[in-house]
Design a protein around this ligand. Structure first.
Ligand SMILES: Cc1cc2nc3c(=O)[nH]c(=O)nc-3n(C[C@H](O)[C@H](O)[C@H](O)COP(=O)(O)O)c2cc1C
Length: 221
């Protein structure tokens, strides 16, 4: 017997079958942008919001504008445009092969991370902390650790959030400081932009003062 529910479900499945493209025909937009080649530092910006041109992306771009004016080399990676898993904890990277077995966007990030002087982590505040994407990147650094030692990098944190309280960014800032220590203790700046309008409204908005402050920070790296 065919019920009304299964007819509905069946037609939805047929509709999807006829209209969906295979993943191979429907690629994600390019995730890695080489923005500038300069004579200064090599800076890798990880933009971990899922939305391009949102608050976090604009904050990151304001910071990048300052970097480019100082002739630093800048590569920007959109983590939201990659498939990126957290660490599986399989331990393969700590055995003789010494490589991560997970074949995803992180394989493109490893060489960029190895060659950069400065890593900029840009994230919206999600449930009082950084995005899962950025956390996945951090977990996967385990694959390039040797005896629990990590490469030394200058570190920068850029964040946006809806709230604007003294405690709004408390957890991610504390966590970022721990990660900065793991990466050699060369923290070069934290900018947290509270009071942003997010996806709950049709138009996102980040105050211009935040963009200007991030730009100034970029000039000063
Ligand atoms: C899943 C989710 C969780 C969020 N959690 C918080 C939060 O804990 N505190 C807060 O102030 N804002 C929170 N927000 C708001 C975003 O941090 C804020 O709108 C941010 O500027 C969005 O950045 P974007 O435009 O780059 O996506 C959350 C938004 C989403 C979508």
């Amino acid at each position: 017997m065919i019920t009304t529910g299964s007819i509905l479900l069946g037609s939805a499945v047929i509709h999807r079958y006829l209209n969906d493209k295979e993943p191979a025909d429907n690629p994600l937009p390019p995730a890695v942008e080489k923005i500038h080649r300069g004579n200064g530092k090599k800076v890798l910006v990880l933009m971990s919001a899922g939305t391009r041109l949102g608050n976090t992306d604009r904050l990151a771009d304001a910071y990048i504008k300052g970097l480019v004016e100082r002739d630093h080399s800048v590569t920007k990676v959109y983590l939201g445009s990659m498939r990126l898993e957290g660490c599986r904890g399989c331990g393969a990277c700590q055995r003789p092969a010494r490589r991560c077995v997970v074949q995803d966007g992180m394989q493109d990030i490893y060489p960029l991370f190895t060659e950069c002087d400065t890593i900029v982590m840009a994230s919206p505040l999600y449930f009082w902390t950084i995005t899962a994407r950025l956390k996945a990147f951090i977990e996967r650094l385990y694959a390039i650790s040797v005896d629990d030692k990590y490469p030394s990098k200058d570190t920068v944190l850029l964040m946006t959030a809806g709230d604007d309280k003294e405690t709004t960014f408390e957890h991610p800032v504390q966590y970022f400081r721990v990660i900065s220590q793991v990466l050699g203790g060369n923290e070069k700046g934290i900018y947290c932009a509270g009071g942003c309008t997010g996806c709950e409204k049709t138009a996102r908005n980040i105050d211009k003062k935040h963009l200007n402050n991030a730009y100034q920070m970029g000039l000063e790296l």
